[in-house]
Ligand binder design. Structure first.
Ligand code: MRU
Length: 362
C-alpha cells in the first residue's frame, strides 16, 4: 500500500542485505519512522514492544528473526535457542509460532553452513506468500461487500475492530483487504473504526491507513457499535483474528466478542478474515485453550496523544493507586460468526468439518 503516494510493505530486507526494516507502529499516526532490525534480539524486541504487531506480521517478523539469528551463529543449539525465544515473544497469535516453526523445520534439515542463506530466502518467501494470501482474501471478501451494495444500492457501512489492515500484515491486510478491494473497484463504502482501547490500534493505525488510501471512515468510541447496529447504520462487521480453532472459534483483540454479540442480536452479519496459518488445528475450544496475552496495566491507566505544541505525550487517565488489568484478546464462539473469509474461499457458519474441507494443510 502507499504512504504519501510511495508503495511500502511493513517489513522488507534492508539495502545492505544484512538487516530488515520495519515501520515503527508505536509512533503512528503522528510520526512515520522506520527502524532497522539487525539482530535476533532486535526482532524479538520489535514483536514484544509492538513496533510490529498484527498476527500475520509478527509471524513474518519471527521468520526474519530466525534468519537474523542464523547470521549470528547457525549451530543446532543456536537455531533451537533462537526459535524457542522468538516463538515465545507473544503468546496469543498462532502465526508467530507457525512462522518460527516453519523456519525451524527447514533449517534443521540443512547443514549449518547453508542455513543463513536458506533462512533469508525462506523468510522472504513467507513474506511474499502473506501478500498473495491477503490479496486473495480481499477478492473473496470484496465480493461480499459488492453483493451488499448491489442489494442496497447505497454506500455499504462496515464496522471493524482493532487493526487488521495492511499494517497488521506484510501488505493488504486481512479484514481490510476486502475493503480496499471493493473501494478500488468503485463500490461506495464507509468504515466505522472502533478506537480499540487500550492501545487504540483502530484510532491510530486503522484510521491512518484508511486515510492514506482515501477510504471514507469514522472513528468511534469502542462502546458505540451496538447503538449503530440498533439503528441500521452497520451493514456488516469484519475483523481479523489471532487464532482460530479447528472448530471455528475466533480469538481476536479484546472487545471483538462484544461486537459479535451485538451483531448477532441485531441481525448484522459478522465476518472474520484470516489467512490459513491462523488456524490452530491442535485445539477445538477457544475459550478453554487459547492463551490470552496480559499486557502492562500502564496501557490502560495511561494514554498517548498529540499535544497542541506538536509533541506526542503520555498522560495518566486513572486515579493514582487504582489497579488496572489488561487482557489483550477475547474469544468469539463459532456460533456468532457468520462466515470466515480465507484465501481459499468463504466458510459460512464455520465448524470442524467445513474448516477441514477447505483449509486443512494435510
Ligand atoms: O495486539 P495486536 O495489535 O497485535 O492485535 C492485532 C489484532 O488483534 C488483529 O485483529 C489480528 O492480529 C488480525 S491482524 C490481520
Amino acid at each position: 500500500m502507499k504512504i504519501n503516494g510511495i508503495p511500502y510493505r511493513t517489513i522488507w530486507p534492508a539495502a545492505d542485505g544484512k538487516a530488515v526494516e520495519i515501520i515503527d507502529q508505536t509512533k503512528l499516526p503522528h510520526v512515520f519512522k522506520t527502524l532497522l532490525l539487525s539482530t535476533m534480539l532486535d526482532a524479538e524486541r520489535a514483536i514484544k514492544d509492538m513496533e510490529v504487531r498484527g498476527a500475520p506480521l509478527i509471524g513474518v517478523t519471527g521468520a526474519y528473526g530466525a534468519a537474523l539469528a542464523m547470521r549470528e551463529g547457525a549451530s543446532d543449539a543456536a537455531l533451537q535457542a533462537a526459535c524457542d525465544r522468538l516463538a515465545e515473544a507473544r503468546p496469543t497469535a498462532v502465526n508467530l509460532r507457525w512462522g518460527v516453526e516453519r523456519m525451524r523445520s527447514l533449517l534443521a534439515s540443512l547443514p549449518a553452513d547453508e542455513r543463513a542463506a536458506a533462512a533469508w530466502a525462506e523468510a522472504a518467501r513467507i513474506a511474499d506468500e502473506d501478500v498473495e494470501i491477503n490479496a486473495s482474501i480481499g477478492r473473496h471478501g470484496g465480493e461480499i461487500i459488492k453483493a451488499i451494495f448491489e442489494r442496497k444500492k447505497t454506500a455499504v457501512n462496515i464496522l471493524t475492530h482493532c487493526n487488521a489492515g495492511w499494517l497488521a500484515t506484510v501488505d493488504w491486510g486481512t479484514a481490510l483487504a476486502p475493503v480496499y478491494y471493493a473501494f478500488d473497484a468503485g463500490i461506495p463504502l464507509h468504515v466505522w473504526v472502533d478506537e480499540t482501547r487500550p492501545r487504540n490500534q483502530g484510532a491510530s493505525l486503522t484510521a491512518w491507513e484508511l486515510n492514506q488510501h482515501g477510504v471514507p471512515h469514522t472513528v468511534i468510541a469502542d462502546n458505540t457499535g451496538g447503538h449503530l447496529m440498533q439503528h441500521g447504520m452497520v451493514d456488516m462487521a469484519i475483523v481479523g483474528c489471532d487464532r482460530v480453532t479447528a472448530a471455528g472459534d475466533v480469538c481476536n483483540k479484546i472487545g471483538t466478542y462484544l461486537k459479535a454479540l451485538a451483531a448477532h442480536d441485531n441481525g448484522v452479519p459478522f465476518y472474520v478474515a484470516l489467512p490459513s496459518p491462523t488456524v490452530d488445528w491442535t485445539i477445538l475450544d477457544g475459550i478453554k485453550e487459547i492463551p490470552i496475552e496480559e499486557r502492562s496495566a500502564a496501557e490502560v491507566t495511561h494514554i498517548a496523544g498529540l499535544c497542541d505544541d506538536g509533541q506526542v505525550r503520555t498522560v495518566q487517565v486513572t486515579p493514582t493507586g487504582s489497579p488496572a488489568v489488561n487482557y489483550g484478546f477475547d474469544v468469539t464462539p463459532a456460533r456468532l460468526v457468520t462466515a470466515l473469509v480465507t484465501e481459499r474461499g468463504v466458510v459460512h457458519q464455520p465448524n470442524v468439518e467445513k474448516l477441514r474441507a477447505l483449509l486443512s494443510p494435510s
